[in-house]
Design a protein around this ligand. Structure first.
Ligand code: AMP
Ligand code: TRP
Length: 343
C-alpha cells in the first residue's frame, strides 16, 4: 500500500456526473493502491442549515452512491462523520492550535458567508479546522480533493506544523493533496464555462447519478452546443491535448467530448479523431448510450439500496466502528501530548 487516503463529501445534495468523474470514480480506482477511508461529512453539512429529514436522506444517498460506484466496503471504510465522536473532539483541540488570522484568509468562507459575514455560523468559520481534524485523526497521507479545497489542505498542513512545534512531537502527519486526473473538471451542460455544480438552479445543467435513462437522454439532447460540426484533430497540440484557444472558442463542444472520453476511458484525442466533422445530433445519441451504460447500473443500484436503508445503515455502522478503532488511539496520543489526563 502506498499510504492512507481520507476524503469526504458533504451530504447536501444528490451527487452528479462531476462528482462521479471528478471524485468518486477516482477513489474507486485508488482502493487498489491505498488504504481508503471515505467519510460522509454531515457535521460539515450543518455549517449551513439543513432540513433534518433531508440530511438523513442525503447521508444515506451519498453512502449509496459510494457503494453503487464500486467502493468496496469489505476493504475501504465508509462512514458518517457524526458517528465517530473523535472528529469533534480533535477539532476542538485543533481550534486551539489554528490562528484566527489563518482562518480569515480562507476564500471559501468569504464566498459562502457572502456579504453578511456577521450572520454566518461559527461552524462555517471553523469548517476548515474540522476538515483538518477529519484527516489528521487517521494520520492520512493522501487526500484527493478538488482544486477549491487546496487552501483547506494547506491549513491542515499549517496546523500539523504548529502542533508538532508547540508540543515538540511528531504526533501529527502532514497530508499531501491529490488533485486532478483526466476530467478533473466537468462543466455545466448549459454553459461550458461554468463547473457542473449542485448549486446551479437549472437541473438541466447537470446529470445526477440518480437520473434514469430518459432523463439522461433529455438533458443531453438539450445540452448547449454550437452551429458547427465536431472539431477535427487540428485542435490538438503535439501532446494530444486540446489547444487552449480552441477550447475557449467552443467550451460546450469540448466539454461533451471530454465527458465522452472520461466515460469511455479514452484520451480525448481518440474521441476527437472518431467524431471529427460529424454533427452533434448523432454524437449526442452515442454519448447518451454511453452515459446510460455507465450511470444506469449505478443509479439502479442506488435506488435499490435506498429502498433498503437498513443495508446502508449497516454499512455505516460497521464503517463507524472501524473508523473509531483507527482514530481513537491517535486521539489519545494527541490528548496526552496536549496535557489532558487519560479519560
Ligand atoms: P462538492 O459537490 O462541491 O461537494 O464536491 C465533492 C467532490 O466532487 C469534490 O472532490 C469536488 O472536487 C468534486 N466535484 C464537484 N463538482 C465537480 C465538477 N464539476 N467536475 C469535477 N469534479 C467535481
Ligand atoms: N470540504 C470538502 C468539500 O466540500 C469535504 C471534506 C470534509 C473533506 N472533510 C474532508 C475532503 C476531509 C477531504 C478530506 O469538498
Amino acid at each position: 500500500m502506498k499510504g492512507r487516503i481520507f476524503s469526504g463529501v458533504q451530504p447536501t445534495h444528490t451527487l452528479h456526473l462531476g462528482n462521479y468523474l471528478g471524485a468518486v470514480r477516482n477513489w474507486v480506482r485508488m482502493q487498489k493502491e491505498y488504504e481508503c477511508i471515505f467519510c460522509v461529512v454531515d457535521m460539515h453539512a450543518i455549517t449551513v442549515f439543513q432540513d433534518p429529514a433531508e440530511l438523513r436522506h442525503n447521508t444515506r444517498e451519498v453512502t449509496a452512491a459510494f457503494m453503487a460506484s464500486g467502493i468496496d466496503v469489505a476493504h475501504s471504510v465508509i462512514f458518517a462523520q457524526s458517528q465517530n465522536r473523535v472528529h469533534a473532539q480533535l477539532a476542538w483541540i485543533l481550534n486551539c492550535v489554528a490562528r484566527v488570522g489563518w482562518l480569515n484568509r480562507m476564500t471559501q468562507f468569504k464566498e459562502k458567508a457572502g456579504k453578511d459575514r456577521e450572520a454566518a455560523s461559527v461552524g462555517l468559520y471553523t469548517y476548515p479546522v474540522l476538515m483538518a481534524a477529519d484527516i489528521l485523526a487517521y494520520r492520512a497521507t493522501h487526500v484527493p480533493v478538488g482544486e477549491d479545497q487546496k487552501q483547506h489542505l494547506e491549513l491542515a498542513r499549517d496546523i500539523v506544523q504548529k502542533f508538532n512545534t508547540d508540543f515538540g512531537l511528531d504526533c501529527l502527519v502532514s497530508p499531501e493533496p491529490v488533485i486532478g486526473g483526466p476530467a478533473a473538471r466537468v462543466m455545466s451542460l448549459r454553459d461550458g464555462t461554468k463547473k457542473m455544480s449542485k448549486s446551479d438552479p437549472s437541473d438541466y445543467s447537470r446529470i445526477n447519478m440518480t437520473d434514469d435513462a430518459d432523463t439522461i437522454a433529455l438533458k443531453l439532447r438539450k445540452a448547449k452546443t454550437d452551429p458547427e460540426t465536431l472539431p477535427g484533430t487540428d485542435v490538438l497540440d503535439e501532446k494530444g491535448l486540446v489547444k487552449a484557444e480552441a477550447e475557449a472558442a467552443r467550451p460546450e463542444a469540448f466539454n461533451l467530448l471530454a465527458i465522452y472520453a472520461a466515460l469511455s476511458d479514452q484520451p480525448v484525442a481518440a474521441v476527437i479523431s472518431d467524431f471529427a466533422g460529424k454533427d452533434f445530433a448523432g454524437f449526442k445519441r452515442e454519448l447518451t448510450d454511453l452515459a446510460v451504460a455507465v450511470l444506469g447500473p449505478i443509479g439502479a443500484e442506488m435506488k435499490r439500496l435506498l429502498d433498503h436503508p437498513g443495508e446502508i445503515d449497516k454499512v455505516l455502522a460497521n464503517g463507524a466502528a472501524r473508523a473509531r478503532a483507527l482514530s481513537e488511539p491517535i486521539l489519545k496520543e494527541i490528548e496526552e501530548a496536549v496535557g489532558f489526563l487519560p479519560s
